[in-house]
Design a binder for this molecule. Structure first.
Ligand SMILES: [Zn+2]
Length: 300
């Protein structure tokens, strides 16, 4: 598990016709907690990426060692993420509104890659029974202190949870971080009740914004090991026993401070404390359309 993982076949559809999609510029020594945290701004950097000729899935090949990645996720601290909690919460509200409609009596919800618990804290307020899995010790502690949430400190791959237990499983910006998404989505199918719903949010590499941004696309970053197209995402659902219910795109909400601070060259504009305070009060909604939001049901 401490070695690079070379794929001979597609991790989504098992197809064996793989071609080079992009030559990467990243090296293993660049992999550290600071470069894989959520608010990392090493945009435009990738591993060597392969593309499957059958389903179109694009993925790091080889994938950096999984055990190494897991160790780094355990050590992530990301106060910048939590500083944007109010805006991040805005991102989640449309998803929760839809879930509330689907489950008027609520039920159990599992958030995979729960980070500091912003999503689950909102769900709990809406009377959902919440469970979260999160590998970062820092994030789990913060979720406990700030939101009184008891997240399970583990990776989704390793966590043991009862089968057929949840009405809803959410994977918001999760499946692009792991080398074996099919196993994760199959595990989700096993953990869901027969009427259960899976929600996936993940970047769309074929979106207009991704194509316009080209090499500088903000989802090209060290933490992202997989990039989905519409075809590979639907194949993934199909292979794991789901049928698509609903598809939309994600609307991002940020403070103007957060957006400006992505650019080191604009430091004079965002780093003086008085200016920073001002920009932090300005909320910006970006309907970039470069992330899928998928609601899927278990196949009967
Ligand atoms: Zn494939």
């Amino acid at each position: 598990m401490n070695d690079w993982h070379y794929f001979q076949s597609c991790p989504v559809c098992s197809g064996t016709k793989l071609k080079i999609f992009k030559k990467g510029s990243l090296h293993l020594h660049q992999l550290e907690p600071a470069t894989i945290k959520i608010t990392d701004s090493h945009y435009g950097q990738t591993w060597n990426l392969s593309q499957c000729s059958d389903c179109g899935h694009i993925f790091a090949n080889p994938s950096p060692p999984i055990e190494l990645i897991n160790r780094l996720y355990a050590r992530i601290e990301d106060p910048e993420y939590e500083a944007e909690a109010a805006n991040r919460a805005q991102n989640f509200i449309p998803i929760l509104n839809q879930l509330d409609q689907m489950f008027p009596n609520r039920g159990k919800i599992l958030d995979v890659g729960a980070a500091t618990g912003i999503f689950l804290a909102l769900a709990q307020k809406r009377k959902w029974q919440v469970t979260g899995v999160e590998p970062s010790t820092w994030a789990v502690r913060l979720a406990s202190e700030k939101y009184n949430l008891n997240l399970i400190e583990n990776t989704f791959e390793k966590v043991k949870l009862p089968a057929g237990n949840f009405q809803v499983i959410t994977m918001i910006d999760f499946i692009e971080h792991i080398p074996h998404p099919k196993e994760a989505v199959r595990k989700a199918a096993n953990l869901l009740q027969p009427e259960g719903i899976l929600v996936i949010v993940t970047p769309n590499i074929k979106s207009l914004v991704a194509r316009l941004a080209g090499k500088r696309w903000w989802h090209y970053r060290p933490a992202h090991l997989a990039f989905f197209t519409w075809s590979s995402l639907t194949t993934l659902l199909e292979q794991a026993g789901f049928q698509l219910l609903k598809k939309s795109t994600y609307i991002w909400t940020f403070s103007l401070y957060y957006l400006l601070s992505r650019f080191d060259s604009l430091r004079a504009l965002w780093s003086p404390p008085k200016l920073a305070l001002f920009w932090k009060k300005v909320q910006v909604k970006l309907p970039l359309g470069d992330s899928f939001v998928i609601f899927a049901a278990k196949k009967r």
